[in-house]
Design a protein around this ligand. Structure first.
Ligand code: TXA
Ligand code: MG
Length: 319
């Protein structure tokens, strides 16, 4: 499972990424659990391997600055920070570009995307050979510490990953700084490898929400400013559907009569359902309808995260 990083093992890892498999790889901060960011199923696999009970947006890695900036709406501030700190240990949150090819699931349904250009040579070589953006959270199971050595990854994720590239211990050993540049006021979402002071030297004052001092406490997408909720109310565990409702199905034998219907997974596969969730919610969120009715989704595996997301969408609005 663990292979020392070499031209051969990196080529093998790049091939696995292109096939939609998961590969753990070193960055200068911590080891990442990587999958093809443009492949919904590969991204769904990342969430399954992490065993996370909710969808948290993922950092998307690229080999070079221009390719990274093209995926988001980068203003002059963003270009300046990128020129100064990329490649390096900072991730920048931007509004997704209109032509952004990255899976909506990697953004956990948000209108923003976190982008990073790592400096580690193994990460660089993997990204270049894979030839596509790689979504990668830290390569640990949910709730555990971020891994800084290949054997940490093996003991945390085991066979949830096709290959672990061993590039030795991570030089920094602390996660990247997450800086939100999607709004007028820069916000430090997570302290990390690049200091607040060095970012402020370029940007001026950066807002620091009080919860960002607790990097181990995952932020729920509900706390995020640009959080996407469907405009229509969501009705869960629906056993029937009205003629003025959209239906989001799962499995066979669905209630009939909806104004519009999509199926998360006809064969009842939760991985496929997670891969389809955000794109289908958006597609069903049509003007003129009363609600999106969602049939029951099993509360196991990725179903837990899917139901968590649907519950947030179904919760009363207005706050
Ligand atoms: O050093 C690192 O950043 C490592 C290496 C592998 O790159 N990755 C990492 O990823 O720590 P993860 O998933 O464990 O943490 C990503 C952080 C989370 O706090 C997440 O909420 C935030 O970045 N994040 C990602 N996309 C975001 C977005 N669109 N808006 C706000 N926060 C976002
Ligand atoms: Mg993490």
């Amino acid at each position: 499972l663990i292979r020392l990083a070499s031209p051969e093992s990196i080529a093998k890892a790049a091939g696995l990424i292109r096939q939609g498999e998961l590969v753990a790889f070193p960055t200068e901060t911590v080891y990442g659990l990587g999958g093809d960011a443009t492949n919904d199923r590969a991204v769904a696999r990342i969430f399954a391997a992490k065993g996370r009970p909710s969808f948290n947006p993922l950092i998307v890695h690229l080999a070079d600055r221009e390719a990274a900036l093209a995926l988001g709406r980068a203003d002059s501030r963003t270009h300046e920070i990128a020129a100064r700190f990329w490649p390096g240990p900072v991730s920048l949150v931007m509004t997704r570009a209109a032509a952004c090819s990255v899976s909506l699931l990697a953004s956990a349904g948000l209108d923003t995307i976190a982008l990073r250009v790592p400096a580690n040579p193994v990460a660089q070589a993997l990204l270049r050979q894979a030839g596509r953006p790689i979504a990668a959270p830290s390569a640990n199971r949910s709730g555990e510490l971020s891994p800084t050595r290949a054997d940490h990854v093996a003991s945390s994720l085991g066979d949830g990953v096709a290959l672990i590239l061993d590039g030795g211990p991570c030089a920094i050993g602390l996660e990247s700084t997450v800086l939100d540049l999607s709004g007028a006021q820069p916000i430090l979402l997570r302290p990390g490898g690049v200091s607040r002071e060095s970012l402020e030297a370029v940007l001026g004052p950066i807002a620091v929400p009080e919860w960002s001092d607790h990097p181990e406490r995952p932020r729920s997408p509900g706390q995020l400013r640009s959080h996407y909720a469907p405009r229509l109310p969501v009705r869960m565990a629906a056993e029937n559907v009205g003629a003025d409702e959209a239906l989001l199905g799962f499995g066979r034998d669905l209630p009939a009569g909806a104004a519009a219907a999509l199926n998360l997974s006809r064969k009842g596969d939760l991985l496929e359902a997670a891969a389809n969730l955000f794109a289908m919610l958006r597609e069903l969120d049509r003007p003129g309808l009363r609600a999106i009715a969602v049939v029951p989704i099993p509360e196991r595996g990725l179903g837990v995260a899917i139901n968590d997301r649907l519950r947030r969408a179904a919760a009363p609005r207005g706050n």
